[in-house]
Design a protein around this ligand. Sequence first.
Ligand code: AMP
Ligand code: MG
Length: 319
Amino acid sequence: MSIISTDISKAVALLTNEELVAIPTETVYGLAGNIYSEKAIKAIFETKKRPFFNPLIVHIPSINLLSDIVDYIPEKAQQLADAFWPGPITLVLKKKAIIPDMITAGKDTVAVRIPNHPTTLALLKQLPFPLAAPSANPFSSISPTCAQHVEDYFKDSIKMVLDGGVCESGIESTIIGFINDEPVIYRLGSTPIEAIEAVVGKIEIKNKKEVAPDAPGMLERHYAPKTKTVLTTQLLETINKYNGKRVGVITFQSEINDSAIDAQMALSKTGDLVEAASNLYQILHQLDKMQLDVIIAEKLPNYGLGKSVNDRLSRATKA
Ligand code: AMP
Ligand code: MG
């Protein structure tokens, strides 16, 4: 029997009972539990096989609740929240003592955002507690962008996926931390860096584990298909290298005429970076099911959401 349902009151009942429910957001589906329930939070880590050093994002329905979660809001954090919430920006701020250590992996900061999805906003408004919700996929695999992806991953381990359709932006939120009250980007994501800079000025990217021990979970290999994946600017040469193999190709917009290709998909036929980001995981899921020897992806222009897609593809290629 399917675990996919649109019944918000059923989700409220399960979450109130310390169970997990997968929820739709505008980025990807999340695996949600009550942040104050030790049982639920443990179940999130166990279900995903996520290491405990990788902290969770807390989801709230309204900006008024931010001060229940965090101790201090730098001016630029307030400006970003005002400009982008509800929306795909996560702010990492000094946590209140009440936030359990398991949520933050023992750190004194907590990651928080207001998701921009009507179903999940309605759900959050009916709950007396916020939801911790990492992406609803096994650790390091491709994130889910529709209810069916989640059911395929977790039908034996959770009771419900709250169906909210296909995720509109399709890659994770942009994560921003603060050093001496100045914002830094810990993870590129669905809000383009240029839009953020228009609000707070020039911003530094520290999304590599080595340079940002403050952003645990920014692992080199992540968001990865099971199939070997290669990212390249030299598409034709790379396809040639895999002569005789079953080759899948992800292009930005063009179609390639080459009989050596077994399957190909374009991220956006019109060359729209926003559309490309929203199609990325969906296309990776499809190609990963096709028994290919290799998936060859073309690097996108390195600005706007192209930068975020390149980041995800490059993490997908790490062995
Ligand atoms: P996911 O929910 O799967 O998109 O992953 C959430 C990501 O948020 C983690 O991998 C961390 O990189 C980041 N994160 C969450 N909490 C913190 C925190 N307190 N400090 C820095 N990064 C965090
Ligand atoms: Mg994730």
